[in-house]
Design a protein around this ligand. Structure first.
Ligand code: DGY
Length: 320
């Protein structure tokens, strides 16, 4: 008998069809209040879950006594309670690797946009305010040859370091749980403490995953260590920083600007002060969002799920 699987996010039909070859699939293109009851009913017999972002905790698992594999179509897995999944013998998987280059492109985009004030000046032109040649108060700042500090030097960090070092001649500092030989050897990245990185970098780029150790790892004390001229980029998760502290340093002009793909609450509330600051470039958590990369992520997530439910070892088990 085929194992029962719930796909709870809209995916390319090819991906869903691939899962259907070996599994009995119940497909929710999205989860909402309207289908919650039906979803909870299906959970009773589900052996696999495929999607992203759904919080998998005690409450959900108590509705899912037969669950064997939970597969995230994302590299981040802060929606999983990993110790609990371990305790219940449920395999958890994610999709590292396939999104590195795309997220790195987004990071460079945020750096350039924040440094050269591209969204702000775009509005200036379109609103018909360009009436004479620009004065220095509208100038941005250089990216090339400036020091880039990368917090979290995994696959995405390495792809950012490659672009920054080879393309923009930026010296790279990094802080990570472990040393990254590729980044050190190929892109001359220098390992340093978090405090040294914050104090010495012109651009601070946050890419560390969200977990109990990293939650709010960048707060008031850390922002205070940054240069007054520095630019802060967050393409990790909003909760890795203390967002109130970021708002505070930006309001006090204690750092120059920020580029944010993520927020502590998503979708971000319309009255969040970050949205009314000209020196903050915002994106709606689209770091990996190109059709090509999202398809690869979905395919990998589906392969992980199918492998786990066929008694094989999925290529991307989360081991923590
Ligand atoms: C990821 O894969 O974790 C990206 O942030 C998309 O959620």
């Amino acid at each position: 008998m085929k194992p029962n699987v719930i796909v709870y996010r809209k995916f390319d039909e090819r991906v869903v069809d691939f899962v259907r070859e070996t599994c009995e699939v119940v497909y929710f293109k999205e989860l909402n209040e309207g289908n919650k009851k039906e979803f909870l009913e299906e959970l009773k017999t589900a052996q696999g879950l495929l999607g992203s972002g759904l919080v998998i905790d005690h409450e959900l698992l108590d509705h899912a006594p037969k669950l064997q594999v939970v597969s995230n179509a994302s590299v981040g897995y802060d929606n999983f309670d990993i110790p609990l999944l371990k305790e219940r013998g449920i395999v958890a998987t994610n999709t590292p690797g396939v999104l590195n280059e795309t997220v790195a492109d987004t990071v460079l985009g945020l750096m350039l946009a924040a440094a050269r004030r591209i969204p702000e000046l775009d509005r200036f032109v379109k609103e018909g305010k360009w009436s004479s040649s620009l004065r220095e108060e509208k100038f941005g700042t250089d990216v090339h040859h400036k020091v880039l500090g990368i917090i979290g030097m995994g696959g995405v960090g390495t792809a950012v370091a490659k672009r920054a070092h080879l393309g923009f001649n930026m010296p790279i500092l990094y802080h990570n749980r472990s040393r990254n030989e590729e980044a050190e050897g190929m892109y001359k990245a220098v390992y340093c403490t978090l405090d040294d990185l914050l104090a010495q970098s012109d651009y601070v780029c946050l890419l560390a995953p969200l977990n109990a150790q990293t939650e709010k790892m960048i707060g008031k004390r850390e922002f205070a260590l940054m240069k007054k001229t520095s630019i802060f980029i967050n393409a990790a998760r909003g909760k890795v920083i203390d967002e109130e502290a970021l708002i505070d340093v930006l309001q006090r002009q204690e750092i120059r600007a920020a580029g944010l793909d993520v927020f502590s609450r998503e979708p971000v509330e319309s009255d969040n002060p970050l949205l009314s600051m000209d020196n903050v470039v915002t994106l709606p958590h689209i770091g990996s969002a190109t059709p090509e990369t999202r398809l690869e992520m979905a395919q990998l997530a589906a392969q992980n799920l199918v492998a786990g439910l066929s008694g094989k070892i999925p290529p991307n088990i989360i081991h923590h």
